[in-house]
Design a protein around this ligand. Structure first.
Ligand code: F0G
Length: 461
């Protein structure tokens, strides 16, 4: 059969609400052109994030009912721990309420001022948690990652030569750990190859540096390895995932992605002494080590979700929907980060609106236009998110790339939703020449994209 179907049927439905163009014009203006400030009920197709937005399965809901809420020693924890050990292979498993809590505990235990933590690309909470300890977060993506339209199977890879050069420059003793984000979210949802994981791990072992994976989208990464890496096609995704983790000393995980859960995460390591220190910190802010800021029912949902995320019929459907969206809009001429990655399609807004300067915020313009056209909510990953305003001169500095991320929640939308989305994007593409830029009206000094307000620039005569 040619058609790849959703490998599930629908048991519970959640209505979504159509709005009129006039309503959306009013709502977007009231939100200051910032879609974070819209009420979710006013959004028809919500692609803001793939985090915590998955539909849980009947088995997960059944597991929720089995959740045991004992403060200490809950059987739900031991089920969760068994699944995590089985898939990830690490000895010590520390539950946290989400990924960034695992990051905070890890980095505040191992990092300090003057330290350097390299990664392919740090996610923004990872970077913020490293920098909060006084250490420096350094991105070392492979050169292909910087060229959106270039085809390459593993644009998530780290530049291993750059890693060696950095270690020579700063000294291995200043590097408490090296990280790889799989898949590389900020770099376009691109996978990291097994060969690259092995090579980075080899460098770390030679220098005696612990090596960690930011494992949020590990199942999607493992499936892309199966599809794209020579010699991997016949292996199961679970086997590939286990090999990925076998090269690492630990990981941080947000179960809101490939845990198919709406909340949760964990930190894992093979280092017993480190785990002891981390559990002490966990008790301080998250909770006792057998629940770590989660309810027993959450641990149950994650345990089932992690196994479901490795099912190949699910992954085949998941990757097919991302690819379908990416290929269809690219065929219409829309410039995207190629090839489409694991959880999202990224539109290159600078190429979409070549008549707009980066400081006219082309990504934010595109996000607004998608909402106006069809009630679709995407997110800007460009100058609004990563540019900065000089606090003294008020001068704006643009980001390196102007991207718009269309992140697909897991098991939530069907192919007709994606077809509708393609029509919306094509309509916005067809009138791209008429789009006007935006300017900031209000912005906060940090993480401004969440709360900033914008206004359209006057039309030129
Ligand atoms: N690492 C990566 C690669 C992520 O994408 C995220 C979250 C985190 C860590 C933090 O996990 O949200 O559970 O605390 N990414 C979400 C996103 C927010 O929309 O990409 P968290």
């Amino acid at each position: 059969m040619k058609t790849i179907i959703e490998p599930f049927r629908i048991k519970v439905v959640e209505p979504i609400r159509m709005t009129t163009r006039e309503e959306r014009e009013r709502l977007l203006a009231e939100a200051g052109w910032n879609v974070f400030l819209l009420a979710a009920e006013d959004v028809l197709i919500d692609l803001l994030t793939d985090s915590g937005t998955a539909a849980m399965s009947a088995e997960q809901w059944a597991a929720v009912m089995r959740g045991d809420e004992s403060y200490a020693g809950s059987p739900s924890f031991f089920r969760f721990e068994r699944v995590v050990r089985d898939i990830f292979g690490f000895e010590h498993v520390i539950p946290t309420h989400q990924g960034r809590a695992a990051e905070r505990i890890l980095f505040s235990t191992v990092c300090g001022p003057g330290d350097v933590v390299p990664s392919n690309t740090h996610f923004d909470t990872t970077r913020a948690n490293i920098e909060a300890t006084g250490a420096r977060a350094v991105d070392l993506p492979c050169p292909e990652a910087r060229r959106p339209s270039e085809l390459h199977p593993f644009k998530g890879n780290m530049d291993v030569d750059a890693l060696e050069a950095l270690l020579d420059e700063v000294g291995a003793e200043r590097v408490p750990l090296v990280m790889l984000t799989v898949t590389n979210n900020t770099g376009g949802g691109q996978p990291v190859s097994l060969a690259n994981i092995r090579a980075v791990s080899g460098v770390c072992r030679r220098h005696g540096i612990p090596f960690y994976l930011d494992a949020c989208r590990f199942a999607e990464n493992a499936y892309l390895v199966k599809l794209r890496e020579p010699g991997q096609h016949e292996r199961s995704v679970g086997e590939i995932a286990r090999e990925m983790f076998s090269y690492a000393d630990g990981c941080t995980m947000s179960a809101k992605k490939d845990g198919l859960a709406n909340i949760g995460g964990f930190l894992a390591t093979n280092d017993g002494e480190l785990a002891r220190q981390e559990r002490d910190l966990l008790i301080l802010t998250e909770g006792f080590p057998t629940y770590g800021g989660l309810a027993g029912r959450d641990l149950e949902a994650i345990a089932v979700g992690l196994e479901e995320a490795l099912r190949e019929d699910y992954l085949q459907y998941r990757l097919a929907s991302v690819r379908y969206l990416g290929e269809r809009i690219a065929a219409a001429g829309v410039p995207i980060v190629q090839p489409p990655g694991g959880h999202a399609v990224y539109i290159d807004a600078a190429a979409f609106y070549p008549h707009l300067d980066p400081l006219e915020l082309p990504g934010q313009v595109l996000v607004g236009e998608l909402y106006l056209e069809g009630g679709v909510r995407a997110v800007e990953v460009g100058t609004v998110m990563f540019g900065r305003r000089d606090p003294e001169t008020g001068k704006e500095h643009p980001a390196d790339l102007e991207l718009v991320r269309l992140a697909l929640p897991r098991r939530v939308y069907t192919q007709s939703h994606v077809d509708y989305l393609i029509e919306v994007i094509e309509a916005v593409w067809n009138r791209r020449e008429r789009a006007r830029g935006l300017r900031f009206v209000e912005q906060a000094p940090v993480l401004r994209h969440f709360t900033a307000r914008f206004a359209p620039l006057e039309r030129e005569r």
